[in-house]
Each structure stands twice: as C-alpha cells, then as structure tokens.
Write a protein that binds this ligand. Structure first.
Ligand SMILES: [Zn+2]
Length: 421
C-alpha cells in the first residue's frame, strides 16, 4: 500500500498552495503524502469519505488558556479545546511565565496530544486566575532579564510575549509595564501580543485621569512590525473603537507599519464593534478563540478563589464554544471562508515564525489536518451585549489528524447543533 489513509472527496482549502476545491488528501507515516484531485482508494490501507466537509490544514488557535491547574480556575485542559475540538495547535497567551514555564513544558507540551506553544507572560507570575489580582502585575513584578533568558532558552515552545495595555493597569502604574514588555519582545526578538480593552478592575481612586482612548496612542509607538494588537472587537473601553464609535485613527497607521491584529474572540467580543471595525476596513490577521475557565463550561477545581464572577459566557448564556464557533461568527459577519481559513492556518503559522512547519497541507509536512462539518440552515447568534446576528452557515469540527493520528471532535464544551440553532 502506498498510503496509510486517504481523506476522500472533501473540499480542501489550503491557502499556502492555492488549493480550493474538491481534492483527496493522502497520509503516510504521519505526514502528508499527496493532495490531488483524485487518489485511487486501492492505494490506501484506509479511506474516509469526507464529501461535503471542509478539509483544512490543522487549525491553529492563537489565543488559548491551557495551563491547567497552575493558573487556577483559568486554564482549560489543552486537548479539550485542542484536538478534541478539531484544533491541532494551541498557543497559550500568557499563562506560563519565566518561573512556571518548566511546568508548562512538562505537564502540557509533553503530555497533551495537541501541539501546545506559548506566548510567555511578561509578568513573573504569569496569568494566574485570569489576572483577577491586579497587584501581581505591577512594574515591580516584571523581570526583563529572567524573562528574556527563559524565552531564549525555550525557543522551541516560546513564540512570543504577552502583556496587557488596559485601563486598570494604566490607572495604577501608567505605561511602565508595557515599556518593560516591549523591551522583552525586542531583546528576545519575539512578537509582543498586547491585550486591549479594560480587563482589570479600577483602583479605589478610579481611573486617575487616564483617558482609555489615549492608551493605543501611547502603546503603538513602542511596538515593532509583527507585534499583535489583540481584541479589535472588544466592547470594553480602550479598544479599537473609541467613545465616539469610530475606529481609532492610529490603528490604520499601525497596520500600515506591519503590526498585526488577532480577534481573540472570547467573551468581550461584540458584533456591534466588529461591524464598525470591519466597515472601516480592519480585517484581522488571526482569529484566536480566547476560551478559559470562566467562559467555558468546565468543573471548578475544589477550594479555588470564587471572587471572579462566573458570568463571562462566550455568547450570552452560552458556555459551549470552540475555535470553529469563532469561525462561524466571522462568516456571520460577512467574511468569506477564503478570508477566514488563513486566519487559522497560514497567518498564525507566520505569527509563530513556523510557516515552514505549520499551516499548510504541503506534502512532507506533519499530517495536521482539520475536517469540519459545513452545515446550511438558519441560526441566530447572540453576543454578550445581546446583539443578535443571523447566519445561514454553521461550521462544526468533525475530526482532526494530529501528525496523522485521528481525534474525533467529542469535547464536552462543543455546542450541539440543536442548541446553536
Ligand atoms: Zn485571553
């Protein structure tokens, strides 16, 4: 037999090689062997009929929180939002730090079926309990030297640096933390991923005169091409859309200079803000699901702090989600599937500096393949502001191959079609 497995008759979208149409995909020894309009079934030990399905390079989630237990209630089990949700690679955004990265390597990277990578936290403690305790993130709690060292000595898994530019931090300490994070990114020569939109509570003294609409103006000049502005569709102050309801003028300048944008869908995502940003021509480079223990239906570890309100559902009243649900959100907003697939394949591969390893079905690559149901019907999506959006197309994960090994999409956190309808 020439091949171990052939996926037959699916619609292959492989932007890296300009393939968009019905093709067969052959796998041998855990690698892509061939992608052709037709491959004889007799040439393979096993064939799977995927007619009517989308067959894509293994999906890359650029914004995950999968440092289970170490980040408290915040971190999800990696395979739950990874291979069991149709996602082959997941990037933890700022969970591990220079102090805890060895645990991330031992307990996530080396034990999970999903390929796990990290944007290293700029803060010594990392993303504990979803940054519920702001005093852990002051400038004193950043060690540039140690973080650069950790990033450089772990380049196989550290692909960037994570920091937050938001009102609670600016009200307490101004821009100092972002300056330190920018220095880490520069010295490690890694992209810096910056969260925008208020996240932390304000200090008792309030905003201390900080105008959230000035945060982008202060931060963008510190950033380099390839750095990532996250959450362009956030409903919180300090994001891309200012209080006049317009996209902040510096955003276009920043993108022209080579900065990138990541949706980071999560629970702060607003269809209203997305409409404004998309109409202004802001098409994000990468998607990112931004699922975590507060917005996803998972059991709460015993005895963990319960100060954090557990009301951050992905959509209003709905805690079942996946990166593929975020793709459906983008379709509902009017983006084409040809615009969306690169946001979860080629573009993140480039963001990670791994375009020669990930994001393509090129023969010879590790066989990371995601197969999605592509349903037609009529559904209503509703965000956390209760803005409703109709969609006639619903994507759902079916299964994925991670280095040729099949994982069915059976995660408990996936929305059932009936609920989505
Ligand atoms: Zn996040």
């Amino acid at each position: 037999m020439l091949y171990d497995l052939v996926l037959r008759g699916g619609r292959v979208i492989n932007p890296a090689q300009n393939i968009n149409g019905v093709h067969d995909v052959a796998i041998k020894d855990g690698r892509i062997a061939a992608v052709l309009p037709s491959i004889a079934p007799s040439s393979a030990k096993e064939t799977v009929d995927v007619a009517g399905k989308l067959v894509l390079p293994g999906l890359i989630d650029t914004h995950g929180h999968v440092f289970e237990y170490v980040t408290g209630r915040f971190g999800l089990e990696a395979d739950l939002c990874g291979v069991r949700s149709g996602v082959t690679t997941i990037v933890d955004q700022g969970g591990p730090s220079c102090m805890t990265l060895p645990a991330f390597r031992a307990h996530v990277v080396e034990t999970k079926q999903t390929r796990a990578l990290a944007f290293l936290s700029a803060y010594l403690v990392g993303g504990m309990e979803g940054h519920y305790y702001p005093s852990l993130y002051k400038p004193d709690c950043v060690d540039v030297e140690a973080t650069v060292k950790s990033a450089l000595e772990n380049r196989d898994i550290v692909k960037g640096i994570k920091a937050h530019a938001e009102l609670g931090g600016f009200a307490r300490w101004g821009i100092e933390v972002i300056k330190l994070a920018a220095e880490i990114g520069k010295r490690a020569n890694l992209p810096l991923y910056i969260h925008f939109g208020q996240l932390w509570g304000l200090p008792e003294s309030g905003a201390n005169g900080v105008d959230p609409d000035t945060i982008l103006d202060q931060v963008v000049p510190l950033l380099r091409p390839g750095d990532v502005l996250a959450h362009p569709f956030t409903r919180h102050p300090g994001g891309f859309v200012n209080r006049e309801g317009k996209v902040h003028p510096i955003v276009k300048e920043a993108l022209a200079r080579g900065l990138k944008t990541d949706v980071g869908h999560g629970s702060h995502f607003s269809y209203r803000m997305a409409r404004i940003a998309l109409d202004a021509g802001i098409v994000p480079d990468t998607l990112g699901a931004d699922m975590h223990g507060y917005n996803t239906r998972v059991p709460k570890p015993k005895g963990t702090p319960d100060a954090h309100p557990d009301k951050e559902h992905m959509f209003f009243g709905q805690t079942r989600f996946s990166l593929v649900s975020a793709m459906t959100s983008m379709l509902a907003l009017g983006l084409t599937i040809e615009q969306i697939v690169p946001m979860v394949t080629t573009h993140p591969a480039t963001m990670l500096g791994m375009e020669n390893e990930l994001g393509s079905l090129k023969p010879g690559r590790e066989a990371d393949v995601s197969v999605l149901h592509d349903e037609r019907g009529s559904w209503t999506l509703q965000d956390n502001e209760r803005t409703k959006l109709r969609t006639d197309r619903m994507l759902r994960p079916y299964f994925c191959l991670r280095a040729g090994k099949r994982h069915d999409s059976d995660a408990s956190i996936l929305p059932p079609l009936a609920v989505a309808a």
